[in-house]
Design a protein around this ligand. Sequence first.
Ligand code: CA
Length: 229
Amino acid sequence: MTTRSVLLVEDELGLVLTLGDRLRAEGYRVDSATDGNRGLDKALRNAYDLIILDLMLPGMGGFDVCRELRQHNVSTPILMLTARDRLVDKVLGLKLGADDYLTKPFEPDELVARCEAILRRTSDGARSIERFTLGEIRVDLRRAEVERGGEALPLVGKELDLLRYLAEHREVAVSRQELLDRIWGYSSEVSSRTVDVHVVALRKKIESNPKRPRYLRTVHGVGYKLSLD
Ligand code: CA
């Protein structure tokens, strides 16, 4: 069981505290932002499993944050919080790509239940991700590149597929056989050495010290595991 991370975008500090505490007690890693622009920025830079997004926010509102995220191909599930029990808000929210909504006021139990339901619905083991950072290094899977010290390094050949698979199964040790099967295909002639060669190539792009990898680690006797910040 991996720790799931939630970004809570909410400007009522009392709610940030109570919901944050409650979610942490349920085993979530919680990050928060108290306005729309900061929330959008965090959601674009980091990989979360779920975003809880208030509708009425200072600066950029919840609808705009939601729209921007989907336009940037961030497919992280979004639970919208609305103070208004208006059908038009719900319809617009869902149309803009929110996965569910909850009307304030609500019990923390209800929020936790909704979060669990969304995560059950949206996870099939793989958790989709397009962009993430590894320390100073930025990875953009959609554009198939890694940016390192201002220099864009293209991900070539199977490197992109390998990094995507590991990122979608982040924090999980994945065996070489699974990687071979899923990325190179059952019928291929390649050996597990092929996986290792690609891992070495990837480490040169995503690790500041490829000899002592911090993110793409070897799990002895199993295979590899990608950990994000
Ligand atoms: Ca608010």
